[in-house]
Design a protein around this ligand. Structure first.
Ligand code: ZN
Length: 107
């Protein structure tokens, strides 16, 4: 979750470290891409943005968490999906997602 004035990102301590890092990268993505908050959900208080902005932030977050070059490095070292996930503090789903979008095949 993020608020812009003052600038804050709130992490859920019950999420896994990999999920918290992913969320942080997602919010950094919104910041760097200068996405505006459209409005706040009256039920949850969470900021709402355009879906295209969410998709862009999600894609950029993956790039930050596991850069393509990092994925190539891991494959060259013959790391498994789980080893890559641990190395980059990411979920195995994120490793698979990055493999899919970069075309870098993992074993
Ligand atoms: Zn978002």
């Amino acid at each position: 979750m993020i608020s812009q004035n003052p600038f804050r990102i709130v992490n859920n301590p019950r999420h896994t470290p990999a999920r918290r890092e992913s969320n942080l990268m997602h919010e950094f993505g919104h910041l760097l891409l200068r996405h505006k908050i459209v409005r706040f959900d009256p039920n949850t208080g969470l900021p709402l943005r355009r879906q295209t902005d969410e998709d862009e932030a999600t894609y950029l977050a993956g790039c930050f968490q596991i850069p393509r070059r990092g994925l190539l490095w891991a494959v060259q070292r013959q790391m498994t999906q789980m080893e890559i996930a641990v190395h980059f503090n990411a979920s195995e789903e994120m490793v698979q997602f990055r493999s899919n979008v970069t075309g870098v095949k993992i074993r």
